[in-house]
Design a protein around this ligand. Sequence first.
Ligand SMILES: Nc1ncnc2c1ncn2[C@@H]1O[C@H](COP(=O)(O)OP(=O)(O)O)[C@@H](O)[C@H]1O
Ligand SMILES: [Mg+2]
Length: 437
Amino acid sequence: MADRLGDLLAAYIDRINAGWALDETEIAREHPDLAAELIGDLRTLMQVRSRREGSEPLGELGDYRLIRQVGRGGMGVVYEATQVSMDRRVALKILPSGVAADAKTLARFLREAKIAGKLDHPNIVRVYGMGVDRDTPHYAMEFVEGETLAQILARRRGAGEAPAPEECYRLAEAFAGAAEGLQHAHREGIIHRDLKPSNLILDPTGRLRILDFGLARLEGQASLTQSGDLMGTVLYMSPEQAMAKRIQVDHRTDVYSLGATLYETLTLRPLFEGKSTQDTLSRIIFQDPAPPRRRNPRVPADLETIVLKCLRKDPADRYRTAEALAQDLRRFVRGDAIEARPEAGWERLVRRARRHRWRLAIAAVFACMAVAAGWLALERARSERKLDLAHYEPAIRVQAVKIATGRFSVDVGTGLGDLLGLMAIGPIVPLTPEEFR
Ligand SMILES: Nc1ncnc2c1ncn2[C@@H]1O[C@H](COP(=O)(O)OP(=O)(O)O)[C@@H](O)[C@H]1O
Ligand SMILES: [Mg+2]
């Protein structure tokens, strides 16, 4: 199902969404066999940026009779409508006509929507179909009463009402359902790639349902249309999406984004808030999340552990599947012991050390040199019988530590773990012989 062209296209769109320019020569060099098609598709999608439409006049579009506008997103306008031939109520998303300009591109997206149309799960909003009428692509889905998490969050942020413990349990249960929906899609080989509060809708029965499956490729691109909106799109991106390297993005990207959405729902604050899009992206890649309980102390500890496991930088450290996440959330709701473990201090150190391997190696060399220098100085002092050993030894150890950690100055009593941590993050600035004394 997943073809190489589709995968590459998806990877390049991730890159563009993360702020990279479309580099046609690079594409031609790296994928000569598919370059023409890739570049064609990407160009068409870029054009969509400039063709964003205002609201469509109400009326008829193909098989659909539009009733009222219910929402407007980064790309399209969503209407409540009636599908005349089936006499059913639908939500009809109308996309900018520019998308239809390239038949082949459109065919690809129609196919993606068609695959999404096969998904049948209580936590996924049904896709009825996608088509083009009067040059206007449209995407029809089940109409869901309720509010998206984006709407709920906006309301609660205004009122400053962070969830209390009982509500955390209800949310955990709702998100367990969404994770099961995800699992269903993943089993069919479909990754959402654009999970965020506005793509999760809470229906009147309390069921959380996933919107916009099969549209991420198209919409991810279109959100570039509004410069201010890029920020909104990157907020829930996984580190591997944010890095926009040719790292394979797989189903675990959805586990992350669902976790980022749960995090925000529990704390009312986005996981990372950068000063700019670039800043946010770099935080997604490098910064450890603030524990949810620091932002809302009413979040139960186990739920915090679950959320943080979804948000690990390395996909291999997250839940292996959306199902595993769903099961842990259900355990939490039942009051059973959860499977996730909080990351221990030493694990965090090892992870940071891995990330700063080079600095650590250099630091280790300097540390050895410092210890050797200190030892030599001691030996000389001892032979000259001028110094009181007991007095100088600790001071030399302090200097060794200072050398090893650059600008960090630490106490003699610093434990080995902290020392390693500091060495991993600190710039290495050896002291001059004068300073050493
Ligand atoms: N199937 C649906 N049923 C009811 N309302 C919907 C449905 N799909 C979308 N909406 C509403 O339309 C809004 C716009 O959706 P969309 O164009 O996907 O933008 P975004 O996800 O960027 O907010 C949503 O936030 C939601 O309020
Ligand atoms: Mg949406």
